[in-house]
Design a protein around this ligand. Sequence first.
Ligand code: RB5
Length: 152
Amino acid sequence: MALRKIGIAADHGGKELKRSVHDFLQVIECEVVDYGVSVDTDRSVDYPDYASLIASDLSTGKLDLGIAICGTGIGMSIVGNKFRGVRAALVWDEYTARMSRVHNDANLLCLGARVINHRRAVEYIKLWLQEEFEDGRHSERLKKISEIEKKN
Ligand code: RB5
């Protein structure tokens, strides 16, 4: 896997999984930018705040990729997809992890820490990083998404 700059973000529901993801990304020698929330925080925080931080930097090209984690992954994906150029995908198994890259070229992987365990999460991240976007008809579909972003 080539060296990439990857952001990670989580709310209180995802902070422990974020720590495991951070450790894994360091093992595979990615440059990791951690947007919080810290694992030491014992209060409840709002997922839109952390999703916005990572999605904003992804949207402006400060990151190559991002991984956003909350309890279900749903909130992170909803917020991530509000940002231009961000393709946030909530994945929950091997198939959705692969397809998020192959068909959607997702640049923000969203995970639900209350849905999958740490081992599975790392497996899905590996698949997402390893797979290649298929291009062809899928590029045309991504262009349509960009058009929708421009119009709305
Ligand atoms: C927090 O309790 C929970 O709502 C959040 O982590 C996430 O699952 C939202 O989508």
